[in-house]
Design a protein around this ligand. Sequence first.
Ligand SMILES: *[C@@H]1O[C@H](CO)[C@@H](O)[C@H](O)[C@H]1NC(C)=O
Ligand SMILES: *[C@@H]1O[C@H](CO)[C@@H](O)[C@H](O)[C@H]1NC(C)=O
Ligand SMILES: *[C@@H]1O[C@H](CO)[C@@H](O)[C@H](O)[C@H]1NC(C)=O
Ligand SMILES: *[C@@H]1O[C@H](CO)[C@@H](O)[C@H](O)[C@H]1NC(C)=O
Ligand SMILES: *[C@@H]1O[C@H](CO)[C@@H](O)[C@H](O)[C@H]1NC(C)=O
Ligand SMILES: *[C@@H]1O[C@H](CO)[C@@H](O)[C@H](O)[C@H]1NC(C)=O
Ligand SMILES: *[C@@H]1O[C@H](CO)[C@@H](O)[C@H](O)[C@H]1NC(C)=O
Ligand SMILES: *[C@@H]1O[C@H](CO)[C@@H](O)[C@H](O)[C@H]1NC(C)=O
Ligand SMILES: *[C@@H]1O[C@H](CO)[C@@H](O)[C@H](O)[C@H]1NC(C)=O
Ligand SMILES: *[C@@H]1O[C@H](CO)[C@@H](O)[C@H](O)[C@H]1NC(C)=O
Length: 378
Amino acid sequence: MAAFVVLVLVLLWLQLLLWWPPSTTAVSSTVSTAKTGCQENCGSVTVPYPFGLDDNPSCFREGFDLHCNRSSNPPQLLYSNVKVIEISLEGQLHILNYIGYDCYNTSGNFWSFPWLNLSARPYTFSETHNRFTVIGCDSDARITGYNGRNFTSGCSMICDDQQSPINNSCSGIGCCQTSIPKGFKSFELYLYSFNNHTNVLDFNPCAYAFLVNYEWYNFSVSDLGGYMDFYNRNRENVPLVLDWAIEEYSCENVSRSDPSYACRNNSECFNSPNGLGYLCKCSPGYQGNPYLDDGCQDVNECADPATNDCDAPSAICTNTPGNYTCSCPPGMEGDGRKTATGCTALQKKKFPVMQVALGIHHELHTQINIALMRSVPL
Ligand SMILES: *[C@@H]1O[C@H](CO)[C@@H](O)[C@H](O)[C@H]1NC(C)=O
Ligand SMILES: *[C@@H]1O[C@H](CO)[C@@H](O)[C@H](O)[C@H]1NC(C)=O
Ligand SMILES: *[C@@H]1O[C@H](CO)[C@@H](O)[C@H](O)[C@H]1NC(C)=O
Ligand SMILES: *[C@@H]1O[C@H](CO)[C@@H](O)[C@H](O)[C@H]1NC(C)=O
Ligand SMILES: *[C@@H]1O[C@H](CO)[C@@H](O)[C@H](O)[C@H]1NC(C)=O
Ligand SMILES: *[C@@H]1O[C@H](CO)[C@@H](O)[C@H](O)[C@H]1NC(C)=O
Ligand SMILES: *[C@@H]1O[C@H](CO)[C@@H](O)[C@H](O)[C@H]1NC(C)=O
Ligand SMILES: *[C@@H]1O[C@H](CO)[C@@H](O)[C@H](O)[C@H]1NC(C)=O
Ligand SMILES: *[C@@H]1O[C@H](CO)[C@@H](O)[C@H](O)[C@H]1NC(C)=O
Ligand SMILES: *[C@@H]1O[C@H](CO)[C@@H](O)[C@H](O)[C@H]1NC(C)=O
């Protein structure tokens, strides 16, 4: 019975993970995204280069090593002691972050204020994907971050009764959210209570604060109730998005001939949106992992009618490196493209003047054809 319950929880958990908006990189499943000879998966998470598992130093770029805890079942991918749930080659790392709490009951006050420091790593907290979120009805919460400069932000809330907060509305009654600044690499959370939850203890014994992927979290009035219920329901964690990049250089000052230049064959450099460094993407007409030698493979546009503009079924599609061409078979003419002239049957002895006439007067058409036949020298 206990095993069954655990299994159900695991399934629910997997479902939660699967719910994630999928990464948009179209990487062919047959081509490995890890370095040759390196393990590509830890549990259900794919580890594409420049990331790699720390058991083999040649499998990752410096700073991009992750640990696979094979003692847990399924194996768990970790950065330091933080769980990694998804890696996107577009520059995001999805992790699970601890929930801060401040709880009250008759025996006193129990709290935990987590912190996270990414300073030694090529990561920052994504300001576009995350929000600092607080749940509580007698609370003052702060987030303090540091990246050369200190910043403190947060919000305060008092609500009178359980009727005031509204489901799905995190706008200051029982739930508040603030955005975070760009480019910072460490934070600490603090929670305070104005009246030790005395006036709200029956419906709100705990306040929670966390930095979270805002697409994931929807406030529910039930999150306010129960002693540690929200914390236990989420198994101590909420998802958080980190941005990653190849640090220190931008596309403008990186040396493309240097062996450490990350963008390999048939790929292009682009600057990280939060100023962290640069990233790579496959050139148009190629797909795969731009950080690996020969990782960007030519797309065969001809294999899929949706990826080419050739006028099927008559036109002939020819794949070329990074592109394709359309042509018409013998006996037909045109550029072979659907959106242009396509392929039409070759009409011998056709004159422009007659073409105009053909479209307009049917009778004239016949006459001209007769005239034409007569005038053809044998
Ligand atoms: C690895 O997983 C085992 C089993 O779940 C756990 O006891 C251990 O603490 C984990 N190690 C790390 C570094 O998280
Ligand atoms: C109060 O909370 C603490 C810590 O969570 C717990 O150990 C204790 O049993 C609780 N006391 C009551 C009366 O609920
Ligand atoms: C974060 O870690 C870096 C290096 O590991 C250290 O220099 C820095 O002081 C730490 N920052 C905070 C706020 O703890
Ligand atoms: C940032 O805050 C920390 C801790 O409060 C403090 O020790 C440090 O001097 C501050 N740094 C700056 C640059 O203000
Ligand atoms: C709010 O959502 C919870 C479940 O998420 C539900 O049980 C509750 O009835 C909802 N409350 C209102 C007022 O809609
Ligand atoms: C809250 O509790 C603390 C310690 O239990 C106490 O020192 C403080 O006076 C209380 N504050 C209020 C407003 O009741
Ligand atoms: C959150 O609630 C809004 C409003 O009801 C809904 O449109 C949205 O899909 C919900 N998001 C999630 C992740 O459940
Ligand atoms: C490259 O340029 C970026 C910003 O444009 C700057 O932050 C970085 O220090 C430069 N790096 C080197 C090594 O010049
Ligand atoms: C990169 O491409 C060029 C020409 O397309 C080729 O000569 C070279 O061998 C390739 N390099 C690698 C590492 O694949
Ligand atoms: C492919 O070739 C066409 C026609 O020459 C050109 O317009 C298009 O930009 C090329 N596409 C790519 C991805 O190079």
